[in-house]
Design a protein around this ligand. Structure first.
Ligand code: GDP
Ligand code: MN
Length: 392
């Protein structure tokens, strides 16, 4: 689950990281009112930033500065409704504009292969790290931190010095540790600050201070660990999620779209994977992974069928049910119910064994729906592949 910048910044603040204040506006008028407050508090300019889950908003025109409240309203008006890489901007972040002295890159990312948390840093901040990795890989430094031992003092110092922040290494090392902690505390896969910037502030008495601040934040949470953080669920942005994913999650189904033409409905994750292997071996390509779970009731089966058929490339459906807790007759009724609601004529091959398999076969045979019952799993797979026209 990807978090919008304003939500990611909340988590950075909770981890004790320095983040300049912000507010969120959904209308230009609201942005104007918020800008007035920043100006009243002494801001020279305000920054208005599109809140969309893609990188490179700055380049796309989604990050702008404004010197007056009226200008803030106009800028917000231009950004709200803007299309950035196919996503419509519905919200903007508003804050006092930072006076940037220099930009850096700092991130913590789960490195599965290394079984560690990788802390990555660069003095080349502000630009996308992929670009730096291509053009100047030596400008990126990274260390591996053990998830239980944490980012060690010497590692944090190493990061600080490598960023060219030797003169403020304590501050930089503290921030590196905070980024690591934010990842651990929230079970995130990625916590990225780009730019982390040295920001200049001029006090009322004219005194100049400089400090590191997180001006942007990108966090990706591990979906499989979200149950441990129910309070983070409210940070989910449903507007930017695939409606199919939203529906599958609501139904408690594990559903993952793939590129093929054969829709697969299976109970049990292992059986679902084995089924996909068999489809591939028979020369077909699965259109999805779908585990309808144990004890699937007919309404869930019907809903799962809707999800499969929402993908236009599906040309055949293969149902593979091993009836244990799930009863074959219940699944068969669900399939017939789904067939009745089906808006597209897609052939369906069914293999049901186990609990009430005989009853299931009879129900399907008598249904007059044209659903084919296969005598074996191999036969079911062969038939589905043939129906999808792949093996021809
Ligand atoms: P991104 O393009 O989606 O990564 O959005 P960022 O939040 O990183 O903003 C892009 C760029 O806009 C930054 O690298 C900065 O150069 C600039 N920027 C962002 N916030 C401020 C700010 O408060 N003041 C100034 N002067 N520039 C900013
Ligand atoms: Mn950025």
């Amino acid at each position: 689950m990807k978090l919008q910048e304003f939500a990611a910044k909340q988590l950075l603040v909770q981890a004790g990281l320095p983040v300049p204040g912000w507010s969120v506006a959904t209308t230009p008028q609201q942005a104007r009112t918020q800008a007035e407050e920043y100006f009243a508090a002494g801001a020279g300019r305000v920054v208005i930033k599109a809140q969309v889950l893609v990188g490179g908003r700055g380049k796309a025109g989604g990050v702008k500065l404004a010197a007056t409240a009226a200008e803030a309203e106009a800028v917000a008006s231009a950004i709200l409704g803007m299309d950035i890489k196919g996503i419509t901007v519905r919200r903007v972040l508003v804050g006092a504009a930072a006076d940037i002295v220099k930009e850096f890159y700092l991130a913590a990312v789960l490195d599965r292969a290394a079984q560690r948390i990788r802390i990555m840093a660069s003095a080349e901040g502000g630009v996308e790290i992929e670009t730096v990795a291509e053009t100047n890989p030596d400008a990126i430094v990274s260390v591996l931190a053990h998830p239980h031992l944490g980012l060690l003092d010497h590692q944090a110092r190493q990061i600080a010095f490598a960023m060219g922040l030797g003169d403020r290494w304590k501050e930089a090392a503290g921030i590196a540790k905070g980024v690591f902690q934010a990842l651990i505390d929230n079970d995130a896969d990625l916590v990225e600050i780009n730019p982390l910037a040295i920001v200049r502030t001029i006090g009322p008495d004219g005194s100049v201070t400089e400090a590191l601040q997180a001006l942007d934040a990108k966090i990706t949470l591990d979906d499989s660990a979200l149950f441990r953080h129910p309070q983070l669920e409210q940070l989910r942005d449903l507007d930017e999620e695939d409606p199919v994913d939203v529906e599958a999650r609501g139904l408690g189904l594990s559903f993952i779209r793939l590129d093929g033409t054969i829709g697969c409905m299976v109970n049990g994750a292992g059986l679902a994977m084995a089924t996909m292997d068999l489809v591939k071996r028979a020369g077909g390509e699965p259109a999805n992974f779908l585990d309808i779970g144990g004890g699937a009731r007919s309404d869930k089966v019907a809903a799962a069928m809707r999800l499969i058929l929402s993908e236009p490339s599906v040309r055949a459906i293969l149902v593979n049910i091993f009836g244990g807790i799930a009863r074959g007759d219940e699944v068969a009724r669900g399939l017939i119910e789904a067939r009745a609601q089906q808006t597209r004529d897609v052939p369906m091959v069914v293999r049901i064994v186990g609990t009430n398999a005989d009853l299931a076969a009879a129900i399907l045979r008598d249904s007059g729906t044209g659903i084919e019952a296969a005598s074996s799993l191999d036969a079911a797979v062969e038939r589905a592949v043939a129906l999808a026209g792949v093996s021809a």
